[in-house]
Design a binder for this molecule. Structure first.
Ligand code: KG4
Ligand code: ZN
Length: 336
């Protein structure tokens, strides 16, 4: 049995978890700062790192307490090394190093996006080759995993991440931060009414969302100029149908070309109810590929996914060292 303590602090959640053998969550504590950042309409990096400092010790204590284990019983300390906000990452890195120092346990630096991918291990044992659609506030990537612990980016966004586009479109509609969950709810109540342009990219598996975000802004301005009342539910509907269709089309094209054993969704936008529905429907006739979608609370940032990934890092002996630091531009491990 291997117990990994995971720490996550890359953006605006301070989180710690204890995970057994990569798949069993003994505890998962997430302290969200969303209420504070909502006041500013987005994450304020300096505020985020300060709140991480205030909360991290209590979050770690609570994770150990709920798992009913002592630091001595933990085999290794996994932490998010990057990508993310540098000041926020530093807090998790220092906490992990401190725990490793006092306990004598090894460190396992984890790439945040690999964490989102391995969150799917809480649903089913991962099978390879695997294709992951990673959709978060900062990233939109199709990641090909020929084998475990080997990540190759085969497609990515040319401009904004999908989560960023959700947040910006929501801001235009005055819906607050984060925009994803409320656009998800509103879009379900909307009707086909407005037309938005379909995103175009040169690469078969690349994405683009900045044009869509601008189109939402122009649509709202046009309606205001003409004195017509804007129907936010219908704008959210149009945004979701257009953005998500592009995601699903490109992902399904990659599934057809690569024929993976598994397709997994990963990251905050994987919590989107319409995307979960569209993907499930479109994957129904692709019998060679099993679709896995993480439970809602393991789509958005958490530390259980970092513990799960830490277990894979442990198996691959991908230990860190004292000289490692937070790395906002960290790349995923890839065997050439
Ligand atoms: O993975 P995550 O928690 O943090 C990052 O690593 O970025 O993703 C946060 C993003 C935000 O942009 C948020 O608006 C979006 O995920 N999100 C959603 C939903 N829930 C969260 N987007 C669409 N629909 C949702 N239900
Ligand atoms: Zn994330």
């Amino acid at each position: 049995m291997t117990l990994i303590l995971g720490i996550e602090s890359s953006c605006d959640e301070t989180a710690c978890a204890v995970v057994r053998d990569g798949r069993e969550i003994l505890s998962s504590i997430v302290s969200s700062q969303i209420n504070v950042h909502t006041l500013y309409g987005g994450v304020v990096p300096e505020v985020a790192s300060r709140i991480h400092v205030e909360n991290i010790s209590a979050v770690i204590d609570e994770a150990l307490k709920q798992a009913d284990v002592s630091l001595d019983e933990i085999d290794a300390i996994a932490y998010t090394q990057g990508p993310g906000l540098i000041g926020s990452l530093h807090v998790g890195v220092q906490a992990a190093k401190t725990l490793a120092l006092i306990s004598g346990k090894p460190l396992l630096p984890v790439h945040h996006l690999t964490g989102h991918i391995y969150a799917n291990a809480f649903v089913d044992e991962l099978e390879f080759p695997l294709l992951a659609l990673v959709i978060s506030g900062g990233h939109t990537e199709l990641v090909w995993m020929k084998n475990d612990w080997d990540f190759e980016v085969i497609g990515e966004t040319c401009d904004d991440a999908i989560g960023e586009a959700y947040d910006k479109a929501a801001r235009v509609l005055g819906l607050g931060y984060p925009g994803g969950p409320v656009m998800d709810r509103m879009g379900r109540q909307g009707k086909p009414h407005y037309q938005l342009p379909v995103p175009k990219t040169a690469g078969a598996y690349d994405f683009s969302f900045s044009g869509l975000k601008t189109a939402v802004l122009q649509l709202v301005q046009r309606e205001e100029r003409s004195g017509r009342e804007i129907i936010p539910e219908d704008v959210a509907y149009a945004f979701q149908e257009t953005a998500l269709k592009s995601l699903v089309d490109k992902t399904c094209a990659a599934v057809d070309a690569y024929q993976p054993a598994m397709l997994v969704l990963a990251g905050g936008v994987a919590a989107n109810s319409r995307l979960r529905e569209m993907m499930t429907e479109r994957m129904q006739d692709k019998k060679q590929t099993k679709l896995i979608i993480p439970p809602l609370k393991y789509c958005t940032d958490n530390a259980a996914m970092i513990g799960a990934t830490g277990y894979i890092a442990w198996k691959h002996k991908a230990f860190g060292s004292w000289t490692d630091s937070a790395d906002p531009g960290l790349e995923m491990p890839h065997a050439e």
